[in-house]
Every structure is written in C-alpha cells, then in structure tokens.
Design a protein around this ligand. Structure first.
Ligand SMILES: [Zn+2]
Length: 435
C-alpha cells in the first residue's frame, strides 16, 4: 500500500455507509480549491429542508493539467470544508473522466472514479466475446416489457449483436480500469461510475440495457452510469435540443436502470449520472418528475458553474475584483481560439456576439455580473461571454497568486454567489422542487 494512501485513509472522517452512494448527489467543481465550504453550505441548506444531497468534488485530469494542480489539493479542500461545517454525511472526491493511463495520480485523493470509456465505443470487439455475450443473454431478444416504459421494446438478436459489437470493447476496457483501481484501493473502497457521455451519438434506453448487462457480466459494481443523452450539453449554458424527447429518454433510462438492477444483480443504488456541463436548467424539471415517478436518485455533475461564480463575485465586489474579472475576459477574448479548441465539441460561441475588450473595460460591476450570471431573463445576459469564460479558467490560473489572493480577499461576496447559485439554481429545482 502506498504511504500517501494510508495518510488519506486515516485522515478521512467517519461517515455512514461509506461506499454506498446516497440517492441524491451533486458533482461540484472547485477549480482553484477555494470554494468547497461555500459549495457544501448549499448541501447544508438542502439538509435543512429535509433533503440529503451528498457533495462529490470532481476535477478531471484535463483540468488538473490546464491549471497545474494535483488531486490532493481537491481532497484537502474538501476535507477542510467538511470539518469547518461539521458535515456529518457522505462526501467524495471524484477522479473525473480518468482512463487506464491517467488514473494513477488520483489513487490517494479519490474515492469516486468516473471511468471514461467513450473513446472505446465502436472499437472492434473480439468476435468470440460478442457471440458469447449474445448466447448468454437470450432474454434480451424478443418483446421486452420494462415496467414504466409505455411501449414494449422489440429487440432482435441482430440488434443485440450489433450493440454488443459497438460497446463490448468499451465495457471490457471499463472492467480493466475498474480492476486496476480495485487492486490499488481495495474492493468496495470506492464508488465506480462508468461514463460514455463524451461521444457523438446518444445511447438509447435499449442500448443502455445491453450495456448494463455487459457491465454486470464484467463484474463492475457500478453505482452511477453517465450515458450521452439526446441534445446539446454545451459548457456553461442551458440545454439545447428536443425537450420532449429528452424527457421521454430520461424517464426510459431511469426505468431501464431499475429493471437492469433486478435482472442483472447490479448494486441497488445504481442511478444515472448527468454530466451537465454546468447549467442545464430546462431539463431539471422533467428530470425531477421522472425521478419522483420512479422513486429514483440521480447524480448531477455541475462542475464548471462554480468557477464562473468566482468571476461574478469578483465583479460584484468591485475595485480590484472587478478589474481582475475584466482582465480575465480581455485575455480570454484574445486567446479564444486556443482556449476553445479542447472544448470544440461542447461549446457553440458566436464570436460576433462577444463584446470587444475595449467595451468590457468600460463595464461597471452590474454590467459584468448581468452579462455572466446565468439569469436568461436578464436582457444583458450573454451566453457567448459565459461559454468563453467557462473554458477560460486557464487565464485565471496564469494569474497565479494574484488571482488566489483576490479569492481570499473577496471570499465573502464570492462565497455568497457560489452557495446561492448551487442551491437556488441546481439543488432546488432537481432535488427539492418549488414549494
Ligand atoms: Zn462528462
């Protein structure tokens, strides 16, 4: 066992039912490791309403590389927040979107692993393995009546074979990564998620069922699964797509998971993980309705939304804070092509609608806040500015100590925005609902 692992394990606070993820959980991102307490405060507000929403701090390998941080810093800030607020429930640190090669640096700090196998979808699987899968799952072919889904899905052997051919290599790879983590962390000592969201085509509920059967066969005790849903999940802005179609698909996925849990003996708390890319407000209500209907839980990842609240808080604070917020926009504008490139598939910025640096330099505190704060009804809200800054955290990272100092200096104003955003705009609509 690695020495650092021992250190973290012993530091960890005692908590109920440690590695069975709670029904409601929220993925929060804390790019600069300064907002964990303000994020956790949003969970305590939910607890005051009688709803337990467990925080999972997530930061991907890509984000660590861009910022130049290590997973241990996320763990330290999460532990500190939990101690400071006396949070008595579960909390986790997610190694977000890891693969076989990138998982190592997360072994000490993380106890939740998002095993990303999207790149393996469509890779050729072993022919014999496909045939074995099809033969061992005769129940998948024919008319399948899943409770809660109105129309029975008719799946024939050809479809099972085609789907297995498309996903089996990905599931096998997930198994390889899972076993690597298990050998390092110990069996049952972490929460495994399998993610397939960062790919081009969404998975249908029928495909999800076949994928879950394969995951069960691979022996992965997954607790959350992140499929790709229909529609666009652009970074930082609302959902774009056919809302009715999403609602039906989401409800069918929830029903499919409940069915697969029984059929394939998967963990009883298995649930969907929605990688929102921040604020998908228009799908929150249909999500909540489906979750209520099936008495199901969900893991909602909101990672990037907090970093933008840092900018909003700085702008609200005025003075040096506002100056920094403007400077970050100006530099992000100048470097927009490089900043956007790694996220090309998940942003849609109309460059003509980005205000010029000279314009933003002239903005007052309200103008900056209004452009960025995610209140779509505000006439000054600019989704292009929001998307650019969402992917522009590298610019703040380059400011180094100067940026971090301002986060400390204006922590009160920033923290207020972080908490309010998470609670009012995310936790409430998904997990609590309007009175
Ligand atoms: Zn994701």
């Amino acid at each position: 066992m690695r020495e650092s692992l021992v250190t973290w394990e012993t530091k960890k606070l005692a908590m109920p039912d440690t590695f069975t993820l709670n029904k409601n959980s929220i993925g929060v991102g804390d790019r600069f490791a300064h907002q964990a307490a303000s994020q956790l405060r949003a969970c305590t507000m939910a607890a005051e309403q009688g709803v337990t929403v467990v925080p999972v701090w997530n930061k991907s390998n890509r984000e660590h590389n861009i910022i130049g941080s290590e997973p241990d810093s996320v763990r330290a800030e999460a532990d500190r927040a939990v101690r400071e607020l006396g949070w008595p429930k579960q909390y986790y640190v997610d190694a977000d979107h890891i693969n076989f090669d990138t998982v190592d640096r997360f072994v000490a700090a993380s106890d939740f692993y998002t095993i990303d196998v999207a790149d393996w979808i469509g890779k050729p699987a072993d022919d014999a393995a496909i045939q074995t899968f099809v033969k061992s799952h005769p129940e998948l072919s024919g008319e399948l009546q899943i409770p809660g889904i109105a129309k029975p899905s008719t799946i024939d052997t050809t479809f099972v074979e085609k789907t297995a051919a498309k996903y089996l290599a990905a599931v096998k790879e997930a198994g390889r990564i899972y076993r690597k983590i298990q050998s390092l962390k110990g069996k049952g000592k972490f929460i495994p998620e399998v993610s397939m969201d960062e790919t081009d085509s969404p998975q249908t509920p029928a495909e999800l069922l076949i994928i879950l059967a394969a995951i069960a066969g691979e022996g992965i005790p997954i607790q959350t699964i992140a499929p790709k849903f229909t529609g666009r999940f652009n970074k930082g802005v609302d959902y774009q797509g056919d809302l009715a179609k999403f609602s039906e698909e989401f409800a069918d996925d929830v029903a499919t998971i409940a069915f697969a849990v029984k059929k394939y003996d998967l963990p009883a708390n298995l649930k969907l993980s929605v990688h929102s890319g921040s604020d998908k407000f228009s799908i929150y209500q249909p999500m909540r309705h489906a979750l209520q209907r099936f008495a199901a839980g969900v893991h909602l990842k909101t990672a990037g939304t907090t970093w933008l609240e840092e900018l909003i808080g700085l702008a609200e604070a005025g003075g040096e804070g506002l100056d920094m917020a403007k400077e970050i926009y100006v530099q992000a504008y100048e470097q927009r092509d490089a900043l956007c490139a790694p996220y090309a598939a998940v942003i849609s910025i109309d460059a003509a609608k980005l205000p010029l640096p000279s314009t933003v330099r002239g903005w007052n505190s309200e103008q900056y806040q209004n452009a960025l704060r995610h209140v779509q009804a505000n006439a000054e809200f600019n989704s292009n500015v929001r998307q650019l800054l969402h992917v522009g955290f590298k610019v703040a990272a380059k400011q180094g100590a100067k940026y971090l100092h301002l986060l400390d200096h204006f922590s009160h104003t920033i923290g207020k925005n972080v908490t309010e955003n998470l609670y009012e705009r995310h936790i409430k609509p998904v997990f609590i609902g309007d009175a």
